[in-house]
Design a protein around this ligand. Structure first.
Ligand SMILES: Nc1nc2c(c(=O)[nH]1)N[C@H]1C(S)=C(S)[C@@H](COP(=O)(O)O)O[C@H]1N2
Ligand SMILES: [Mo]
Length: 201
């Protein structure tokens, strides 16, 4: 009986929003990037959807800002084991962007690209149906350059390396291809609830 009480007690202590192996960073939001932080000007920033589409589509900063807005409020989970709760991100849903292109019937994966050359791969179904955004505000203020400003991808149900900072577009693909961290040993999908941290997890 004492063992049962202790077991349930520990389970209650753990925030159910916290995936296995993660800790709550509180209000800390660590900065992690492989490349130097670029200073990108919004007057030259673009976002492009290309690859397996009938016609590529490109948005300028003003054009993407004019699209219907969408907000995510919730957790982000970094593979280095910190999670941050209750972050609010504002931007546009990837669904809204995909409405402007005609996808090839073979479209099944995307490569997210950055203005710096960073890449990360995702199944198309992980960036559709309200699961992914291009965001430019965090907690009500413009994203700082360190956190990917002027705009980054946000795919909060997967580990945060999938959320490419300084995002430049999505390349639509038929087959999965590995991005930067995936070639360096990180998992191809990266679901934090399944602890898909590394290749083979
Ligand atoms: N362009 C770019 N995007 C990136 C990365 C990177 O190195 N370069 N790192 C990824 C990783 S590993 C994480 S954890 C998050 C970190 O985002 P943050 O610095 O805003 O916390 O960005 C992701 N997006
Ligand atoms: Mo990360």
């Amino acid at each position: 009986m004492a063992i049962t009480r202790g077991f349930t007690g520990r389970r209650k202590d753990r925030d159910p929003r916290l995936p296995p192996g993660q800790y709550d960073s509180g209000r800390d939001w660590p900065v992690l990037n492989a490349e130097p932080t670029p200073r990108l000007h919004t007057d030259r920033w673009t976002f492009t959807i290309e690859g397996l589409v009938a016609e590529p589509a490109t948005w300028t900063w003003d054009q993407i800002q004019a699209l219907p807005r969408s907000r995510y409020e919730g957790a982000i989970h970094c593979v280095t084991t910190w999670s941050r709760f209750d972050t609010t991100f504002d931007g546009v849903s990837v669904d809204t962007l995909l409405e402007s292109v005609e996808l090839d019937p073979d479209a099944a994966y995307v490569m997210a690209t950055s203005h710096t050359g960073y890449t990360t791969n995702l199944p198309l179904e992980d960036v559709t149906d309200g699961k992914a955004w291009v965001v430019w505000d965090a907690d009500g203020a413009p994203l700082t350059p360190e956190h990917g400003g002027p705009a980054r991808l946000l795919v909060p149900h997967l580990y945060f390396w999938k959320s490419a900072k300084w995002v430049s577009g999505l390349r639509i693909m038929a087959e999965d291809e590995q991005g930067f961290w995936e070639r360096n040993g990180y998992h191809d999908r990266g679901d934090p609830w399944l602890e898909q941290r590394y290749q083979g997890d």
